[in-house]
Ligand binder design. Sequence first.
Ligand code: CP
Length: 313
Amino acid sequence: MDNRSLVSLAQHSKEKLLYLLDMAKRFEENPNRRLLENKVVATLFFEPSTRTRLSFETAANRLSARIIGFTDPKSSSSAKGETLKDTITMVANYADIIVMRHHLEGAARYAAEISPVPIVNAGDGANQHPSQTMLDLYSIQKTQGTLENLNITLVGDLKYGRTVHSLLTAMRHFNPNFRFISPEELKMPNEYKVFCRQQGIPFEESTVFNERVIADTDILYITRVQSERFTDMLEYERVKNAYTLHNSMLEGTRPNMRILHPLPRVNEISYDVDNNPKAYYFEQAKNGLYAREAILCDVLGITIEDIDNYERK
Ligand code: CP
């Protein structure tokens, strides 16, 4: 694997995560820097996306890179049967970095193993979504002033939701206390519970979502039921409306509590929550630009020192 590829945040130390967050802060102060002039960024999206693709492409644009790619695999030669290996090998002839979303778990790791240019995992099936987690960490740090010792409640589709899997992986460094709230059918997979036990991360599980279980929460992280991952659509119909957060549920919550959601939402957060100051999901998505500028730079070997030197020019 190209050792600059970003496949999972399991590969990063605490120091490296904090370093990337520092880098993201510099981009929030000034997103427009010509650090990637003459670089080509390929965005290969084998699955639909709004935020991830557009924020990576905005990040590349604001850093003066050029962008190639596709948003629909049906418009690429994979529709004619070209393998992922051949697609990656070909695109690496043209681009300096490949940002890829794919429906298969492990696709990003496989691509990183065969690619001569760095791969950034923009989501692989129900597995991991590391760039989402970088913006989630940035949002948590910004709103809480710290990443340490927080009560984090994860709600919704914890089985198929790759954002919660990535967040849990990265939070291992910061002594979190997790609460997992999901329908029985969508519980956090065992491998992540084993991971928590190995890391000494306390967690509790519940199928109940109400005012009481969110009263002591610092970060309420709500997720959509991932319709695209179900093989049994009757099961999806049974669980799709399991939980909805309403504004009235927020009355007794902590002043510092913030509501995060990777988006898109379907019906798990009522529109009456949007004007509550604790609703942070749209700002969270905005933070994706800064986090992804940091990721593109880091993967291409640009350091904070380079950014600071650029600023002094
Ligand atoms: N959060 C997220 O991955 O959104 P998109 O699917 O729109 O990229």
